[in-house]
Design a binder for this molecule. Sequence first.
Ligand code: AMP
Length: 288
Amino acid sequence: MEMKIIKSPAEMQHQAIAWKREGLKIALVPTMGCLHAGHLSLMRKAVQNADKVIVSLFVNPMQFGPNEDFAAYPRQFQIDCDLAEKEGVHLIFCPDAKEMYPEGFQTTVSVKTLTQGMCGADRPGHFDGVATVVSKLLHLTIPDIAVFGEKDFQQLAVIRQMVRDLHFPVTIIGSPIVREADGLAMSSRNKYLAGEMRTQALCLYRSIQAAQQIVARAGHDVAAGTIIEATKKTVAEAGGKLEYAVVVDEHSLQAETFVGSSSVLAIAVKIGGVVRLIDNAKLFIVKK
Ligand code: AMP
């Protein structure tokens, strides 16, 4: 069957209700488009776990700050539709900002504590925009499951908390980071990395590898400060500007003094003064 494309929020909700009445299991994969292999891995997971898969393509103005890249954010609607269709997606939901946020819109969903540090501190209002749009998307698509990438580690924690706090009847599924062959985490913003910047961007993954090596060698009692210092050095040597590097508990996002089994190193770096990239990884690698 051909993939459906729906722009109207009301029509989207009608379709979702009709599928639910038929007893079909719905999966949602929210994206801002400009799809890459990371997004496609989420779609694959959704297709495996649901009868109907909805992918939203929406560059959400509410999650961008006034000096951020909303206008420049890469958009490639037809290519995205073709990629999603190949993965077996059933419906693309691509609303207009005017319909998502009509005149007089005045409600915000705000998750308090988890949004305080990391990207929340660097990007005021960002997670209110994310929580609000994801709430709206969940109401419009009524999914049984929604798949999010671990790439946006703080976002995933925020969404899990919001779903718990507000009793959304959905199961949130996290999916591992997909990387380029040289380790750079896939991101729509990698399109901005011209020439030298692409090489510099490797400092995020290099920092993660270095941290994992430190932990693997020491085995125990590694101070978070040691990891953070090593990261600062790696990023500075590459010519990047470190926005933050933290060692936090993967669930509470609270900073840790020593590395433990649930510790995550999360980093944000500006490359070439303009392109802000994030990455993260658990520090203890469980050998299978
Ligand atoms: P975005 O379009 O950047 O808002 O991302 C949409 C979804 O794709 C989010 O849940 C992201 O965490 C996820 N995502 C983005 N990049 C990757 C990646 N490299 N690997 C896995 N998931 C990703």
